[in-house]
Design a protein around this ligand. Structure first.
Ligand code: SF4
Ligand code: SF4
Length: 229
C-alpha cells in the first residue's frame, strides 16, 4: 500500500514540479472513448504531474529555444511516467503511463488528442484551471508547465479543486493572428498550420507562435508568481 504523499514524493523525486490526484468520479463528463476507464478499466485514481517550462523562451527573438524545449520536455516526461509506473509495481500497484503528446487522431472532432485529456486530468487533480486560451493555468507557473498523467488501480486521497484562475480578459483571443480561439474550443488545425512549420531562413522546423501564452497575465504578465518573486 502506498499513500498519496508517497505517490507525490516518488514523482517529485523523479523531477516533477507539480503533482495532484483525482478520483475516478471526477471524470464523469469525459467524452466517450476518453474516460480513464476506457484506457484502464480498473482505474480508480488519476495522478497528474507537471514540469515547468522555462519562461524566458517566450521572450526570445529566435523560435529555436522554445521549440527545442518543447521537443525535449515531452520524452523526458514520458520517461518519468514510465519510471513512476515501474516504481509503483514494486509496491504491487498497477499503474499505466499516458503519453505526454497528442498521440491519436480523433475522426469525430477532426483533431489530434491524447488518449485522455491531460489538461482536464490536471484540472481534476487540483493543479490549476483551464483558461480561455484552452491551456491549464496554474498558480505557480501560469501555463508554463507541461503535463503528464498516470492511471492507477489504487484509490488514493484526492486533492482539492482550484477556483477558476482565468480572468476572462480575452487578450489571448484578440491577439491570435488566425482567430483560432474565436470559439470556445481551440481550432487546432488552424493554430498548428500557422504556428508549426519549416522556417526557410534557418532551415529548421520550429514553433513560430505562442502569442496566446505571451499575452496571458499569468505567463509574461503581472500575475505570474515567478515574476513577482
Ligand atoms: S499559438 Fe498562435 S496561432 Fe495558436 S492559438 Fe495561440 S496565438 Fe493563435
Ligand atoms: S489571456 Fe486572459 S482570457 Fe486568456 S487565458 Fe489568460 S487570463 Fe484568461
Amino acid at each position: 500500500m502506498v499513500d498519496s504523499k508517497q505517490v507525490k514524493d516518488i514523482l517529485f523525486g523523479l523531477g516533477a514540479d507539480l503533482c495532484g490526484i483525482a478520483g475516478i468520479d471526477r471524470f464523469n463528463d469525459a467524452p466517450e472513448g476518453y474516460h480513464p476507464t476506457d484506457v484502464l478499466p480498473t482505474c480508480k485514481s488519476v495522478i497528474s504531474f507537471g514540469c515547468r517550462f522555462p519562461i524566458g523562451t517566450l521572450s526570445c527573438n529566435s523560435p529555436v529555444p522554445y521549440t527545442k524545449v518543447r521537443n525535449s520536455i515531452t520524452p523526458k516526461m514520458d520517461a518519468m511516467a514510465l519510471d513512476f509506473c515501474i516504481e509503483m509495481e514494486k509496491h504491487q500497484i498497477v499503474c499505466v503511463p499516458i503519453p505526454t503528446n497528442e498521440s491519436q487522431w480523433d475522426e469525430k472532432t477532426k483533431r489530434w488528442r491524447s488518449i485522455i485529456s491531460l489538461k482536464h486530468a490536471a484540472q481534476a487533480a487540483g493543479l490549476g484551471t483551464i483558461g480561455r486560451h484552452s491551456l491549464l493555468i496554474t498558480p505557480e507557473f501560469g501555463s508554463m508547465v507541461w503535463l503528464g498523467a498516470v492511471l492507477c488501480e489504487q484509490e488514493l486521497e484526492c486533492d482539492e479543486l482550484k477556483d477558476n484562475i482565468c480572468n476572462n480578459c480575452n487578450a489571448c483571443v484578440n491577439i491570435c493572428p488566425v482567430n483560432a480561439l474565436e470559439h470556445l474550443e481551440l481550432e487546432q488545425q488552424v493554430c498548428w498550420d500557422y504556428a508549426f512549420g519549416d522556417d526557410k531562413a534557418i532551415q529548421s522546423w520550429v514553433i513560430g507562435c505562442h502569442k496566446c501564452r505571451d499575452i496571458c497575465p499569468y505567463n509574461l504578465g503581472t500575475e505570474n508568481s515567478f515574476r513577482k518573486e
